[in-house]
Design a protein around this ligand. Sequence first.
Ligand SMILES: [Zn+2]
Length: 128
Amino acid sequence: MPGTNVCWCDSGKPADQCCEAIMSGRTPAPTAEALMRSRYSAFATANAAWLRDSWHPDTRPVDTSVDASVRWIGLKIAATSDGGADDETGTVEFIARCKRGGRAHRMHEISRFSRVNGRWVYVDGDVD
Ligand SMILES: [Zn+2]
């Protein structure tokens, strides 16, 4: 069904009204959680350019390329704090699942976000 792809981030929304709109730069992420979801979708679609653009310039690695042998299969947001329309910083705790070489992995991270020129960006995170 063209045009009705459900978003990679498991939001249940069509991708073009969710992470695709954010990754393309068409829609700024309204919240830290929305930015985090778009970064998960960037991993799922090997979108290195969006990973770079959504990373804080002070913490961004030189190489943001994505390991295409990893298949991302699910995202669950465990908790959020701040990161809303009136906030300058926020955190998002999430569990992302992936498969690498046929084996399932689970990644649990608490990510920190802040705004640069009004736009949400990823700063860094603590991996469990
Ligand atoms: Zn999404």
